[in-house]
Design a protein around this ligand. Structure first.
Ligand code: SPM
Length: 292
């Protein structure tokens, strides 16, 4: 099948193959029905596919960012684990995640008064507003203030502003690279109010040992309390992805407040039990964390 996309090298007989040096020798493939959008933005290659069995799929620089079939797992956990760990979050910063999925989940927290959002690539936001309204509805919340620009530069100018900061980054290849380095984490720490906490896309302990070790090392060095939670996501490499967290006060491994019933009813993955269980790691992964 010939598909009209600018990432032809990833398309084999109508299947998209996610090939990346970060996970050498293995590639997840999804069958594609149609290319809905394909363009090189100022920062990266953006592709939006309709798959045959997993809904629409957003791909940046050849890497799967989400599919409609399982995006809820990642967005719910990356939003609600940190937000429910904090006893009273009022001010939130979200860096990355131009699809709006984290904003959609954060919007369920009535206690939030302001939600700053920083994304480098405005074209990702536009594409998701056009093709993924079930995620981009996150932008409709009138507490959300959108800042287009480099998240690393943005956070350097914020001092003691936020109760919670969530970093929904792509992988450390391409525009997201600086978001995996210690100076960025130092800036995140300075942008937190006393008692604040951060949560960042923490890669996979199966697939990216050295990246996970680096994130855990940085957060252990900078924060009083550190934690690593894991999420099952079938369309990410290895079927899992982590959340790397650092806290200036609140415990992370149990919710710091009640989950309102009206919020719980809207969720498909997150609940009090999975919050706690997500910090229980397989033996080899826990050993890896303990040795850092
Ligand atoms: N809001 C969804 C944006 C997705 N951001 C994270 C994407 C990560 C893609 N690569 C996964 C590799 C995991 N080890």
């Amino acid at each position: 099948m010939k598909l009209n996309t600018t990432i032809d090298k990833n398309i084999i007989d109508g299947w998209f193959a996610e090939i990346c040096p970060m996970w050498p020798g293995i590639a997840l493939s999804l069958e594609i029905e149609k290319v809905l959008y394909s363009n090189k933005s100022k920062y990266q290659q953006i592709d939006l596919f309709l798959t045959t069995h997993h809904g629409k799929m957003l791909v940046l620089d050849g890497i799967i960012q989400l599919t409609q079939s399982d995006e809820f797992a990642y967005q719910e956990m990356l939003a609600h684990v940190p937000l429910f760990s904090h006893p009273d979050p009022r001010h939130l910063l979200v860096i990355g995640g131009g699809d709006g999925g984290i904003l959609r989940e954060a919007g369920r927290h009535d206690c939030l008064e302001t939600i700053d959002f920083c994304e480098i690539d405005e074209e990702v936001i536009q594409v998701c507003k056009q093709f993924l309204p079930d995620l981009a509805c996150g932008f409709d919340d009138n507490r959300v203030a959108v800042h287009i620009g480099d998240g690393n530069a943005f956070v350097q100018n914020q001092k003691q502003m936020y109760d919670v900061i969530i970093v929904d980054s792509s992988d450390p290849v391409g525009p997201g690279e600086a978001l995996f380095e210690k100076p960025f984490y130092e800036s995140l720490k300075h942008a937190l109010k006393p008692g604040g906490l951060i949560a960042t896309q923490g890669e996979s302990f199966f697939m990216h040992k050295k990246y996970v070790e680096n994130l855990v090392k940085i957060t252990k060095e900078l924060f009083d309390i550190q934690g690593y939670s894991t999420i099952l996501v079938p369309t990410y490499p290895g079927g899992n992805i982590g959340i790397c967290m650092g806290s200036l006060g609140p415990q992370l491994k149990i919710p710091g407040r009640q989950i309102p019933e009206k919020v719980q009813q809207q969720l498909k993955y997150y609940n009090k039990e999975i919050h706690k269980a997500s910090f229980v790691l397989p033996g080899f992964a826990q050993k890896m964390m303990d040795e850092i």
